[in-house]
Design a protein around this ligand. Structure first.
Ligand code: DPP
Ligand code: ZN
Length: 844
């Protein structure tokens, strides 16, 4: 496969003035006619006229009405064209019903739908399929009697046809079309300037009862973006469509967002609190893209973080405002460490703005999204809230209608603040997680913190230069008072010292408050000091972090030295979770422990080869110990966590249920699942039902409940995804692979549906000890299924290859088996470009 480089960027030789598309829909033979006015682009070097196009059957081509014969290859066409402005016409045929890759125009349950980001439009018609070619689209849809939607505003319809016009110039990746048997959950929104916008949530008949929450989330998002960013919606209508077969979570097509049904449909009976929160965030995310992504798009795909990092940052701000800042921040850091750190520390490591790729779909990663959002957060911390707001106003003003770059983005901040961001820009170009080591000194009332930064080598980047790292620090006196409030230290050198004067005693530092930078903090500190911070830190994030550190050290000692659980820590933690002044959601997070793969990562960093079985055993012993130690406390907490009001998926109730769920998991260690069974039987919402079911399966007492659950939810695809996922995720390590295998033989294992495939195979990959079973059954099962799925859906297959990204850290036996599986995948004839690139990087 060909490698594409950022440094080779050249503009397209023409602009597309306007685009007219006509679709005559038919499952096996859809006709697509395009009429495009091209004009020479004076900013571009001279070049051949090339249009992308893949898997298209050409029917006819014409320029200014006269037939032409372009040269067509697997990837597109070239054609001789006139000097000036001309009208290009083409007719092609495609077969949506045979499209299992779910890129371009495809069918899901009889419904036509599209996914064009990043490069799906070239599977619909011949086109300059690149984000810097923006045009005004008019779309006519024929050949289907059902609901027909496209971008923009409707401009007419009749028997068997509908026309849509989008006045906003857009790149082809934001094109969308939907046609199907859909019902509408309507709503409306009045914008800041008083315009009435029609809102519609389109779903399959039967799903109407799962729409109300998503509609409210949309309205909240629209209002929030007006209030916080001054951004108003810009069309008369906003449509969202739910589709069952979808590779991603959702897609921000202009005026016609398409959602994986799991990311929009919810009712109390069928969706968990976590589902509701995720739905609210994704609806916000896609809506926010209307400005950060659509109105201002990316010049090329290397700039993906320009829209994704910023939009993730915006949706995180939104969730903080809706649900509470401290809990959101902690959850995001858990997620970052769970998904982005392993990526950054392994063979798939790449900068937030990559400089080369073979298949862009492989770069929709935690690094581009989540680390990309962290970079925005650091920028905001460094310049301050006011300057951030000013810079964003300037960004919207200066770049509205542009296909922009990271350089444009940073220039806006430089112009708005007068700050030089040359060094800061390294966050976009250097891969890897920086480590920050801390040492300290105290004399004559002056406390000195010395910070040293170092980023380990990553593929293609052996040497790293120092980055700008905002380190938020506060100081506490030995009696727990804050003697220096949070200040942001700007670490810019490899090593730098910062002093605090006028202190009467050596303070206890609270470093990297709020997780002010995505780094690994290295600090020798005593258990006593951590326990002190757990009890006293005024920064809620670092208070949680102190607990996390203690949990990690306890588990590491159990794993490597066979130590007993640290009871001093458990007592300190008990004091926190007993404190009913603290938010239940926060206490639930305090009850969480590092994941097994996080522990494997820590051990590896300390030069110890992780043993998945030993890690599993230690976490089990710890859970059991906690349950026994807190046997009197648990019923009290369960009582506190009870919700008596009717179900609401809001932060307050969800927090209580999260605490209740954590308590139930511990209780099940003592009662063999009795309490869980009671909860399972009486639950009137999915959160309680599913957490109870997980406890039962975990306790090895779940067979009846699983059967009941299935009987109850057989007709509901989203709930059945949970049924598949949970069995694999909650099973003991010796049976995980067998369970997963048995489930792949279940008649309801519709493996071409990405949600169902991910439920089973994602569950397998995430069950650390189960996946790494020493006979290699987990590796084999996953690899065999990846090989099979690749023939249908390369994008989802390629994403799931990252299950192997940590393969090099394990013992020789496991490493050898994983390598063999990766080589087996690589050797498959006809392997997709997507998976070829992933496996090559993994093996390098
Ligand atoms: N739909 C994906 C997202 O919103 C890609 N743009 O992040
Ligand atoms: Zn996005």
């Amino acid at each position: 496969p060909q490698t594409i480089y950022l440094k080779d960027y050249t503009p397209f030789g023409w602009t597309a003035e306007e685009v007219h598309l006509t679709f005559v829909l038919a499952p096996t033979a859809t006709r697509v006619r395009s009429r495009i006015r091209f004009a020479p682009n004076s900013d571009a070097p001279k070049q051949d006229f090339f249009l992308h196009g893949e898997q298209l059957t050409p029917i006819s081509f014409a320029i200014d009405g006269a037939p032409v014969t372009p040269e067509v290859t697997d990837t597109g066409l070239t054609c001789a064209v006139p000097e000036g402005v001309f009208t290009w016409e083409a007719e092609v045929e495609i077969a949506p019903v045979e499209n299992f890759a779910l890129e371009g125009l495809y069918m899901s349950n009889g419904m036509y739908c599209t996914q064009c980001e990043a490069e799906g439009f070239r599977k619909i018609t011949f086109y300059p399929d690149r984000p810097d070619v923006m045009s005004v689209f008019t779309v006519r849809i024929e050949g289907d009697e059902r609901v027909k939607l496209s971008n923009g505003n409707p401009q007419g319809s009749g028997e068997g046809w509908a026309e849509w016009h989008d006045p906003w110039p857009k790149p082809a990746y934001l094109f969308a079309l939907v046609a199907g048997d859909l019902v509408n959950h309507p709503g409306s929104f009045t914008t800041l300037s008083g315009r009435e916008v029609e809102l519609n949530l389109w779903v399959r008949p039967g799903d109407e009862c799962k729409c109300a929450f998503g509609m409210e989330a949309l309205k909240k998002s629209m209002k929030w973006d007006e209030e916080v960013y001054g951004r108003e919606y810009d069309l008369d209508i906003f449509n969202i469509v739910a589709v069952d077969d979808f590779n991603m979570g959702a897609m921000e097509n202009k005026g016609l967002n398409i959602f994986n049904s799991s990311a929009v449909l919810a009712s109390p009976e069928t969706a968990t609190d976590a589902n509701f929160e995720r739905i609210e965030a994704i609806i916000a995310h896609e809506y926010f893209h209307n400005w950060t992504g659509n109105r201002i798009t990316c010049r090329d795909w290397f700039q993906l973080c320009l829209k994704e990092g910023l939009t993730v940052f915006r949706d995180a701000q939104f969730t903080s405002d809706m649900r509470g800042e401290e809990v959101k921040r902690i959850s995001d850091v858990i997620d970052l460490r769970g998904r982005q750190f392993p990526e950054d520390q392994g063979p798939l490591s790449h900068p937030v703005r990559p400089e080369s790729f073979q298949e862009i779909n492989n770069f929709y990663t935690a690094t581009v999204y989540e680390k990309g959002a962290e970079v925005i957060g650091m920028l905001k911390t460094l310049v301050g809230d006011e300057a951030y707001a000013k810079a964003l106003d300037l960004y919207f003003e200066r770049h509205d209608g542009d296909a922009a770059t990271i350089e444009d983005w940073l220039k806006v901040f430089e112009d708005a603040t007068g700050r030089d961001l040359t060094q800061f820009k390294r966050w976009y170009s250097q891969a890897g997680t920086p480590h920050v080591a801390v040492s300290e000194a105290f004399s004559d009332g002056t406390y000195t913190l010395t910070l040293r930064q170092h980023t380990p080598p990553t593929p293609g980047q052996p040497e790293k230069a120092p980055q700008v790292i905002p380190v938020a620090v506060g100081l506490l006196s030995p009696n727990g008072d804050e003697v220096a409030p949070t200040t942001v230290l700007e670490l810019t050198e490899a090593e730098q010292s910062f002093t605090f004067d006028g202190l009467s005693a050596k303070p206890v530092p609270s470093i990297l408050r709020g997780f002010s930078a995505p780094v690994v903090l290295e600090r020798e500190s005593s258990k006593e000091e951590r326990a002190f911070l757990l009890a006293h830190d005024t920064d809620s994030f670092n208070r949680w972090e102190a607990n996390r550190d203690l949990a990690r050290e306890c588990l590491v000692a159990m794993i490597t030295e066979g130590a007993a659980p640290d009871t001093a820590w458990l007592d300190g933690l008990e004091a926190v979770i007993r404190d009913s002044a603290l938010d239940p959601a926060y206490r639930a997070l305090m009850l969480g422990t590092p994941t097994q793969s996080e522990l494997a990562q820590v051990l590896h960093q300390r030069g110890v080869t992780p043993d998945p079985d030993a890690i599993w055993t230690a976490t089990e012993v710890l859970k059991k110990t906690r349950a026994e130690r807190w046997s009197k406390l648990l019923p009290q907490l369960a009582e506190e966590a009870k919700v008596t009001e009717p179900y609401q998926p809001d932060a307050e109730q969800s927090g209580k249920r999260a605490l209740g769920g954590a308590v139930l998991a511990l209780t099940s260690r003592l009662d063999g699942g009795d309490a869980a069974r009671t909860q399972f039987e009486s639950a009137d919402n999915m959160t309680l039902q599913l957490s109870a079911l997980a406890c039962l399966v975990q306790a090895g007492a779940g067979e009846d409940a699983l059967a009941k659950f299935r009987a109850q939810w057989n007709g509901d695809r989203l709930v059945m995804d949970k049924w598949f996922a949970l069995q694999v995720a909650a099973s003991g390590p010796s049976e995980t692979a067998d369970r997963a295998k048995a489930l792949t033989e279940d008649p309801d294992f519709d493996w071409k549906n990405p949600n169902r495939f991910r439920a089973v195979m994602g569950g397998l990959a995430m069950n650390h000890a189960g996946f790494h079973r020493i006979d290699g059954a987990g590796y084999r099962l996953l690899a065999d299924w990846l090989i099979r799925l690749d023939e249908k859906n390369p994008q989802t297959t390629a994403r799931m290859c990252s299950a192997f990204q940590t393969w090099k850290r394990y013992d020789e036996t496991r490493r050898g088996m994983m390598q063999a599986e990766l080589e087996k995948i690589a050797a498959k004839p006809g392997l997709s470009r997507d998976v070829t690139e992933m496996v090559t990087r993994l093996l390098s």
